[in-house]
Design a protein around this ligand. Structure first.
Ligand SMILES: NC(=O)c1ccc[n+]([C@@H]2O[C@H](COP(=O)([O-])OP(=O)(O)OC[C@H]3O[C@@H](n4cnc5c(N)ncnc54)[C@H](OP(=O)(O)O)[C@@H]3O)[C@@H](O)[C@H]2O)c1
Length: 262
């Protein structure tokens, strides 16, 4: 069922970027919106109900959603959008950052869904996980990010099956490149880059239709699904050629990547 009546929506990572654009869109349609982020100085908008929350803390996200619901009534839609990416691709393997990516992008989504399930009415609700097209393949320089988003995709697929009978729909969204603070630090090309307002419009429509999976823009959907389906040796060949690397011969020494923990 589309959310035609006024609904209560909570968006994690709603202080900037995609989350903020989604929050403003929901608000403009007459819905009640709560947002959270770790640093509320990033948002300068008194019209939104804002909570200082680190989604890696089960207690913090549960407390914030409980407060939002005490004010506004039961939750109807939870959008687990908070996430971080790997940062500049300098060729170094950063395991500290890798741990943070998994904690925020995976554990954060589990904590967020947990908080939502405690605050949905008996009739059910709608969970939305913001993954990425990076979920569909292992992207170079973004192993933990790709892994974290693949986990979100699979969590959503499984939970969608588990909770359908309880009236809970689950939507996974895989955006391509969206112009936000997260991508503004990228120094590589970003094909089919889209504004966060346009992205929010497309995501809103997919959520309204309760689509189990939405991958956009369509060009990125075709490209990444092709990359997902081809034999893995062919994917490696294409990507390594693109990176200007020769395919290592079986048994030959490969160059060890530089490792950093800071
Ligand atoms: N931009 C893209 O091209 C793109 C493409 C595919 C998928 N995505 C995904 O879309 C989501 C939103 O990304 P964006 O591009 O809008 O990035 P963004 O502008 O950097 O926004 C990220 C939001 O998440 C919050 N956040 C980060 N870590 C958090 C934590 N531990 N606890 C609570 N909030 C946290 C940030 O606030 P604080 O830092 O203050 O906590 C901010 O509000 C992410 O999951 C991202 O992976 C983005």
């Amino acid at each position: 069922m589309p959310h035609k009546d006024r609904v209560n929506v909570f968006i994690t990572g709603g202080t900037t970027g995609i989350g903020y654009s989604l929050a403003k869109l929901y608000q403009s349609k007459g819905h009640t919106v709560g947002v959270c982020g770790r640093d509320l100085s990033k948002i300068n908008d008194d019209s939104l109900d804002c909570y200082a929350v680190d989604v890696t803390s089960e207690e913090q996200i549960k407390e914030a959603v409980k407060k939002f619901c005490e004010k506004n009534g039961p939750l109807n839609v939870m959008i687990a959008n908070a996430g971080i990416a790997m940062g500049p691709k300098d060729g170094k393997v950063n395991f500290t950052l890798a741990r943070d990516v998994i904690k925020i992008n995976v554990l954060g989504v589990i904590n967020t869904f947990d908080a939502a399930m405690e605050n949905f009415p008996e009739s059910g609700g709608h969970l939305v996980g913001v993954a990425s097209v990076a979920a569909l393949v292992g992207l170079p320089g973004a192993g933990p990010y790709s892994a974290s988003k693949a986990a979100v995709l699979r969590l959503c697929e499984s939970y969608g099956l588990d909770w359908k009978r309880r009236g809970v729909d689950v939507t996974a969204i895989c955006p391509g490149f969206i112009d936000t603070p997260l991508t503004q630090k990228n120094d590589h090309k970003m094909p089919f880059l889209m504004s966060s307002e346009k992205a929010a419009g497309k995501m809103y429509a997919a959520i309204e239709k309760r689509m189990p999976l939405f991958v956009f823009p369509w060009q990125m959907n075709i490209l990444m699904r092709f990359a997902e389906k081809v034999p893995r040796w062919f994917y490696r060949l294409i990507v390594m050629k693109g990176m200007g690397l020769a395919m290592p011969k079986a048994g030959s020494d490969s160059k060890t990547p530089e490792i950093t923990n800071s």
